[in-house]
Design a protein around this ligand. Structure first.
Ligand SMILES: NC(=O)c1ccc[n+]([C@@H]2O[C@H](COP(=O)([O-])OP(=O)(O)OC[C@H]3O[C@@H](n4cnc5c(N)ncnc54)[C@H](OP(=O)(O)O)[C@@H]3O)[C@@H](O)[C@H]2O)c1
Length: 271
């Protein structure tokens, strides 16, 4: 699997496997199948309440822990130094591992001093409990606060797909060497309904999902599609195996509708 080097110096596989809403046996089986088919990057979070099942899927796959890039996230109510430590230890226990490859602040919470949280993460990094630090659902202004806090972050995981092409955020992140990980990369299937995506799928003899994921990867971003269907799991992996013409990629650039699907009431996107 192709990787990208993070600011921390660690390498992240460019296509990961999302696990939100995968629970119980479905989660165990999906993670196992994804690893068997070749994924080496798994995305979970304490909030998904499936970390034990993710660990079981990893164990059942027989793939060694050190060959897997494992991401988890701390919930926004656990961002004080003490709460973060408790949450991290629980996550490590549930995932049955000594370390995370990447630990993200799941959502910004301006009620807690950002530098307190980031310093707690940095301490965990220095202790070898996490290899890279990141954030999720951060706007440019949140990222400016991160820069002020002076702790290096490698990743911002945000919603990103053809109908939500966050061009300004991506540009800012590129300028600061932060990698964008695209969540809900298929817009949970919504972007498959776009005519241009369907036309390009026909032109390249690929599926709608492969066209959407391939466009994300062409932006130097990482994508983490989720599926419980073994055929879809494999199909998404094959999004890595072709290139589209620059003119077609540009056409997809023009599809943006600011179509944001994930906007819980605690989100802080107006900051
Ligand atoms: N940081 C955050 O706040 C945040 C928020 C949302 C998501 N995430 C992460 O990002 C991951 C992905 O996002 P997501 O789960 O919201 O959405 P997604 O991956 O865009 O979409 C998942 C949906 O698409 C379907 N699908 C996937 N591949 C397909 C294919 N090849 N053909 C047809 N349908 C396909 C799946 O159905 P089947 O199961 O039937 O294939 C599922 O219903 C999550 O699982 C999670 O790890 C993070």
């Amino acid at each position: 699997m192709k990787t990208k080097e993070l600011k921390s110096g660690n390498k992240i596989p460019i296509l990961g496997f999302g696990t939100w809403q995968l629970t119980e046996e479905t989660c165990i089986e999906a993670v196992k199948i994804a690893l068997e088919k070749g994924y080496r990057h798994i995305d979970t979070a304490e909030m998904y309440q499936n970390q034990k099942e993710v660990a079981r899927g990893i164990q059942d796959s027989g793939i060694k822990r050190q060959n897997i890039f494992l991401t988890s996230k701390v919930w926004f109510s656990n961002l004080t130094k003490q709460d973060l430590r408790i949450a991290l230890e629980k996550t490590l226990r549930e995932l049955n591992t000594d370390y995370l490859d990447l630990y993200l602040i799941h959502w910004p919470n301006r009620k807690v001093d950002m530098s307190e949280t980031l310093k707690a993460m940095d301490q965990a990094k220095n202790q070898g409990l996490i290899k890279s630090i990141g954030v999720s659902n951060f706007t440019i202004n949140h990222l400016k606060d991160v820069l002020k806090a002076g702790v290096e972050i490698s990743v911002n995981q945000v919603e990103f797909h053809p109908s939500l092409y966050q061009r300004a955020l991506k540009k800012f992140m590129d300028e600061h060497g932060m990698l964008l990980t695209a969540y809900s990369p298929t817009a949970q299937g919504e972007d498959f309904g776009i005519d241009l995506i369907q036309d390009l799928a026909k032109k390249y003899r690929k599926t709608n999902s492969q066209i959407v994921l391939n466009w994300i990867l062409s932006k130097d971003a990482v994508a983490i599609p989720r599926s419980k269907n073994p055929e879809h799991i494999e199909e998404n992996l094959k999004a890595l195996e072709f290139e589209m013409q620059e003119s077609d990629l540009k056409k997809i650039d023009g599809l943006n509708l600011n179509n944001r699907l994930i906007q819980p009431d605690f989100a802080d996107f107006d900051y």
